[in-house]
Design a protein around this ligand. Structure first.
Ligand SMILES: [Zn+2]
Length: 325
C-alpha cells in the first residue's frame, strides 16, 4: 500500500527556554534537547507528502488518558515537583523507579508541564488516525517508553506511546499493536500493557543486561514478543526482526499500530552502540507500510543530532513508498 501523506503532529511550544534533560551521569553528549525535534522536522520537510499541524487536545481529555496509564499518586508527585523546583534545581532522589533500578533522570522545574505536552502530542497523532489518516507521526519530547505505571527513568516521565494506544482504543479500534524499535527496551510500555489484554506489544532492542534498564526482562504473556540483540545486528538481521514483529501483530488481528521510534539504533548515537546506517530507516519504513494498517509513529530516542535529519527523511521515504533509489 502506498501512503499518500504523512500527518505530523508538532508539540505545542513551551513558555521560556526548553529544558535540557540530563541523566544522573550528567552526560554532555546525548542530552535530551529540543534541537532533536528540530532536526527531525528538517528531515521530514524534505518530503512534500508531510503535512504539519500543531496539536489541539484539551487538558480534560489529556488527563482522562493519563489517568488510565499512570497511578494518581505518581501523577501527583510529578505535579508537585513541577512547581516546587525552581530555576536550575534538580531532584535526584525519589521512590518512583522501576523495580531493581536506581533513579537516573532528575526532575526539574516544569517537568510535568513539558511531559504533558509530549503526551498531548502523541494523543493528537492518534486522533489523526482515528480521523482517517493512514500515517501519522507524533514529534513529541521527552520520550516516554521507559515511564511505567508509577515510575520514571531514562528521560521518560509519561508514556506517550501508550497514550496513543489508549486513544486508539477509545475510538473503538481493537486490538491495537505497539511495536518498539528504539535501541532500548521500553520497560514502561511493557509493564503498562501487561494488564491490557487487547494490546499486542513487540520490541527489538539491545540486550537489557547490557543496556538500560540493566536487568533481565520477560514477556508478561504471549501478547508480548521481545527480540533482544547482544551483538550489533546486521541490517538483514534487524529487518527480519521487524518483519517478524509485524507478522505477529497482524496475526493478533491488530487494526492499527503505534510505533515507538528510536533513532538511537544507528552508528555513533551517544546512547547507542550498533553499526546500522540511517538508510536502514527507509527499509524499516517499507516493511511497516506493507502491513497495510494505520500507523501512529511516536518519537522516542535518537541523540546523534547530525544524523536525525537523514534518519527521519529515510524513514518518511520508506513509509510513503517513495522510490529514492
Ligand atoms: Zn533509546
Amino acid at each position: 500500500m502506498s501512503h499518500l501523506s504523512l500527518e505530523v503532529s508538532l508539540q505545542r511550544e513551551m513558555q521560556g527556554a526548553s529544558p535540557i534533560i540530563v541523566t544522573s551521569e550528567g552526560n554532555t553528549a546525548g542530552r535530551e534537547v529540543e534541537e532533536r525535534s528540530q532536526c527531525i522536522i528538517q528531515g521530514l520537510k524534505r518530503l512534500p507528502q508531510c503535512h504539519f499541524s500543531t496539536v489541539q487536545v484539551s487538558d480534560r481529555y489529556l488527563d482522562s488518558i493519563l489517568q488510565q496509564i499512570h497511578h494518581q499518586e505518581y501523577l501527583g508527585f510529578l505535579a508537585h515537583w513541577n512547581r516546587a523546583l525552581v530555576g536550575e534545581e534538580l531532584l535526584f532522589e525519589y521512590p518512583y523507579v522501576d523495580q531493581g533500578i536506581q533513579p537516573d533522570t532528575p526532575l526539574f522545574a516544569g517537568v510535568y508541564d513539558l511531559s504533558r505536552e509530549g503526551a498531548r502530542t502523541a494523543i493528537a497523532a492518534a486522533q489523526q488516525v482515528v480521523k482517517g489518516a493512514s500515517l501519522s507521526y507524533a514529534l513529541c519530547r521527552p520520550p516516554g517508553h521507559h515511564a511505567g505505571p508509577a515510575w520514571l527513568g531514562g528521560y521518560c516521565f509519561l508514556n506517550n506511546a501508550v497514550a496513543a494506544v489508549v486513544t486508539l482504543q477509545e475510538s473503538g479500534i481493537s486490538p491495537v499493536g505497539l511495536i518498539d524499535i528504539d535501541f532500548h527496551f521500553g520497560n514502561g510500555s511493557a509493564a503498562i500493557l501487561a494488564s491490557r489484554p487487547d494490546v499486542w506489544f513487540g520490541s527489538i532492542h539491545r540486550s537489557t543486561i547490557l543496556s538500560y534498564p540493566y536487568k533481565e526482562v520477560q514477556p508478561a504473556s504471549d501478547r508480548q514478543t521481545f527480540i533482544p540483540f547482544s551483538h550489533s545486528p546486521s541490517s538483514e538481521e534487524y529487518l527480519s526482526a521487524v518483519d517478524e514483529l509485524i507478522k505477529k501483530a497482524l496475526d493478533f488481528g491488530c487494526g492499527a499500530m503505534v510505533v515507538s521510534v528510536g533513532y538511537d539504533i544507528i552508528i555513533n548515537d551517544p546512547h547507542g552502540g550498533w553499526h546500522l546506517q540511517p538508510s536502514i530507516f527507509e527499509e524499516i519504513g517499507h516493511i511497516l507500510a506493507q502491513a497495510s494498517i494505520p500507523l501512529c509513529l511516536v518519537q522516542e530516542g535518537g541523540y546523534l543530532l547530525t544524523a536525525l535529519d537523514e534518519c527521519a527523511y529515510k524513514f518518511g521515504s520508506g513509509l510513503l513508498g517513495c522510490d529514492q533509489k
